[in-house]
Write a protein that binds this ligand. Structure first.
Ligand SMILES: *[C@@H]1O[C@H](CO)[C@@H](O)[C@H](O)[C@H]1NC(C)=O
Length: 165
């Protein structure tokens, strides 16, 4: 009797495992389909991005690229090069790297003669220049100052999105 019960349990287990195989190919029931991993509800930032709650932003580092390629990289991943609006966001930026890395940000004057703009169109309201030259692309220099340099220089950059929290 006991052996019979065991066999029965085993049988149901087998039926249980293999009897449902049809469900997995049902094209209408796609509840298990994983959504594009970008805006998981309940998470303030896309996956792999670093969340800065005080600034309400998410940051993600680019590889070493010329400025326009860094901006294109950010756009591809749903952001823009970072806009810096004061000491807190400057600190967030430099904190993303271990040393005093030069970092591309969105600050540029490639479209207008002498007007600095951010690629995310956020107001330019904080400028902390080390020195100004005629170059058109902005970077963070030595963790705490801005420099404008040749846009073709390869640097790491910081992509930014606004957090959803
Ligand atoms: C910024 O503003 C310009 C001009 O209005 C517009 O063409 C561009 O799409 C805007 N970019 C973003 C990221 O909103």
């Amino acid at each position: 009797m006991f052996k019979f019960v065991i066999s029965l349990v085993f049988l149901f287990a087998v039926v249980g495992v293999f009897g449902q195989s049809d469900d997995y190919s049902d094209p209408i029931n796609n509840e298990n389909e994983i959504p594009i991993p970008h805006k998981f509800s309940g998470f303030p930032c896309p996956r792999e991005w670093t969340y800065f709650p005080l600034q309400g932003i998410c940051l993600f580092a680019t590889p070493e690229l010329p400025w326009d390629a860094a901006e294109a990289f950010c756009v591809k991943y749903g952001g823009h090069l970072m806009s810096i609006h004061g000491k807190p966001s400057l600190k967030a930026a430099s904190g993303m790297f271990l040393d005093n890395t030069n970092i591309w940000i969105g600050l540029n004057k490639i479209n207008d003669e002498n007007v600095w703009k951010n690629t995310n169109n956020a107001t330019v309201n904080y400028l902390t220049w080390n020195h100004l030259s005629s170059f058109k692309c902005g970077r963070v220099f030595n963790s705490e100052l801005f420099q404008n340099v040749d846009c073709d220089e390869p640097h790491v950059g910081l992509c930014q999105t606004y957090s959803s929290a």
